[in-house]
Design a protein around this ligand. Structure first.
Ligand SMILES: Cc1cc2nc3c(=O)[nH]c(=O)nc-3n(C[C@H](O)[C@H](O)[C@H](O)COP(=O)(O)OP(=O)(O)OC[C@H]3O[C@@H](n4cnc5c(N)ncnc54)[C@H](O)[C@@H]3O)c2cc1C
Length: 393
């Protein structure tokens, strides 16, 4: 293999480059990125960087000279527009064709947007450094911000803005934030926690419309409530950035479909990070995971797969979220849990376990770091659900 191209210049890509060079790959590496910036870290964008304003030099994943040291040909500010898997080249937006022997698809995900926004002030989303700067500039104490969507990013933005002295309301369709994935008890704990920190929650509520209002935007909810917002932020999830792959022959289904080793059906094409949907043998489940540590590990794994490694990517997913003083850590999977067991619920800490098919599959620990490692091991060892719950008693 002479030429490796990586599409998407972010977390998975950086770790793929590192792995390629560590494994002794001496051919060309071309990194294609839609944004003008060198790869940077996203988790701070809803936390410290949103609060103080993003400082590019602090957010960079690698120092600028690192790319020269690793002999990377950077093509930034130039999105990949199409892929030809027969001729083996990526076409950039300006028409340049970049040939490859091996391609790593790592274009990540992009925020979903809201309907109802045509006639009103901009609705902010948060994915990029530029989004973070634009939102930070509007976070003025005393202003009223409405966050649509009570997922992790919406709740982190709410928490940051509240700590900066804004008045914050969160509108969530479900009876409580996070219930869709983590269930009612966990959702209600987060409701109470945010309310105790001064966030107003409108749960079980759906947006009926938005129009220009006295403060900027009038947000009408279906239950006849209307909110006056200086700014509106949509935190309604993300979708994989696969548009440029339509018609390429790479199978897509809510992400790039890969086998257990992160290889796609197209020869010489692998995928990694938020965009990859793969079969995880540890959970006997096809999954796509939008989490930091997954992008790191998959970047490395996909690089090794290109160089001929054959092992499956079998991992216990892990993510964290910081809201006010609550440090949330999650291992495993909570989706379609048959059992949810609340092991501890206090004002500022929570431990919840998730079981399915007779074994523990997931654990959520808020301000309870020690338990996390124990439950990670229990998930890996497929400890029976009855044993885990009995031991907690
Ligand atoms: C605000 C925010 C907070 C987060 N907080 C946490 C957290 O606390 N904990 C956690 O575990 N995870 C968190 N995450 C998730 C984590 O950052 C992602 O899982 C991770 O960034 C995924 O890395 P990636 O390389 O797969 O994709 P991304 O980081 O999404 O990068 C993909 C890159 O590809 C580029 N791109 C897109 N289309 C094209 C194209 N056609 N051509 C070229 N380039 C393209 C994009 O511009 C982007 O730079 C957060 C994410 C966000 C947005």
């Amino acid at each position: 293999m002479r030429q490796v191209v990586i599409a998407g210049a972010s977390l998975a890509a950086t770790h793929a480059i590192e792995a390629l060079r560590q494994e002794g790959f001496q051919g060309d590496i071309t990194l294609i990125g839609a944004e003008p910036h060198l790869p940077y870290d996203r988790p701070p964008l809803s936390k410290v960087a949103l609060r103080h304003g993003p400082d590019t030099s602090e957010l960079l994943l690698r120092a600028p000279q690192w790319y020269a040291e690793h002999a990377v040909d950077l093509r930034l500010g130039q999105p990949a527009a199409a892929l030809d898997t027969r001729a083996r080249h990526v076409t950039l937006e300006d028409g340049t064709e970049v040939p490859y022997d091996g391609l790593i698809i790592a274009t990540g995900s992009q925020p979903r947007t809201l309907a109802h926004t045509a006639s009103c002030a901009p609705v902010y989303t948060l994915r990029t450094l530029d989004d973070c700067q634009a939102l930070h500039d509007r976070l003025v104490p005393g202003r009223h911000m409405v966050v649509v969507g009570g997922g992790f990013i919406g709740l982190e933005v709410a928490s940051t803005a509240r700590q900066m002295g804004l008045d914050v309301s969160v509108v969530e369709m479900a009876p409580a934030p996070l219930t869709r994935v983590l269930g009612d008890e966990v959702g209600h704990w987060f409701s109470k926690y945010h309310e105790s920190n001064g966030v107003r929650l409108h749960c079980g509520s759906v947006i009926d419309g938005m129009e220009p209002g006295t403060r900027g935007t009038k947000v009408s909810l279906l239950d006849n409530v209307s909110l006056s917002a200086d700014l509106v932020v949509a935190g309604v999830g993300a979708r994989p950035a696969t548009d440029w792959l339509e018609g390429s022959g790479v199978p897509l289904s809510d992400g790039v479909l890969c086998d257990a080793g992160l290889r796609t059906a197209a020869p010489g094409v692998v995928a990694a990070g938020d965009i990859a949907r793969w079969y995880n043998p540890l959970f006997d489940e096809e999954m796509r995971v939008e989490q930091w540590s997954n992008a790191v590990e998959q970047g490395r794994h996909a690089a090794a797969a290109l160089l001929g490694a054959d092992d499956p990517y079998a991992s216990v997913p892990y993510f964290w979220s910081d809201q006010f003083d609550a440090k949330t850590r999650f291992v495993g999977r909570a989706n379609a849990a048959e059992h949810v067991h609340i092991e501890r619920s206090e004002d500022s800490s929570l431990v919840a376990l998730f079981g399915r098919d007779g074994v523990i599959r997931g654990a959520l620990c808020v301000n309870a770091p020690r338990q996390l490692a124990v439950y990670r091991k229990a998930i890996l060892d497929r400890i029976p659900w009855g044993d885990v719950v009995a031991n907690d008693g």
